[in-house]
Design a protein around this ligand. Structure first.
Ligand SMILES: [Zn+2]
Length: 116
């Protein structure tokens, strides 16, 4: 019964390898639930400590806490969750760039600012 391609999704269906790329984007995430979790974390002392530090995770510039937003490293729309290791402080500029750039443009942007 040894199958060459035996990757399975959470429902036990076999996944063809060429579908794997899309699979992460199709992972069902309860966005409302995750947003609520993010809201809760936003008022936690863990987040306040992060904001108190005042650095944007991406460009590393210093900001006032009021100028920082909570960003999901992996967006909810792509299967990211509202967990501490997926939430970072992000300045408004980086936030809007991340929203409107294609993933590869965003990668280029990150590379650019890491060379600063
Ligand atoms: Zn930034």
């Amino acid at each position: 019964m040894a199958k060459r391609d035996n990757k399975r999704d959470r429902y036990g269906n076999r996944i063809k390898s060429d579908e794997l790329f899309h699979f992460t984007e199709m992972m069902p995430v309860n966005v409302e639930e995750e947003k609520q979790k993010a809201r809760k974390l936003r008022s936690s002392s863990w987040w306040k400590r992060k904001m108190g530090d005042g650095h944007c995770y991406y460009c590393r510039e210093q900001f006032k806490p009021s100028e920082l937003t909570m960003d999901h490293l992996i967006p909810l729309a792509r299967g990211g969750r509202s967990e501490k290791n997926n939430l970072v402080p992000c300045c408004k500029e980086c936030n809007s760039k991340k929203k409107y750039m294609m993933p590869f443009e965003w990668d280029e942007y990150l590379q650019l600012i890491s060379e600063k």
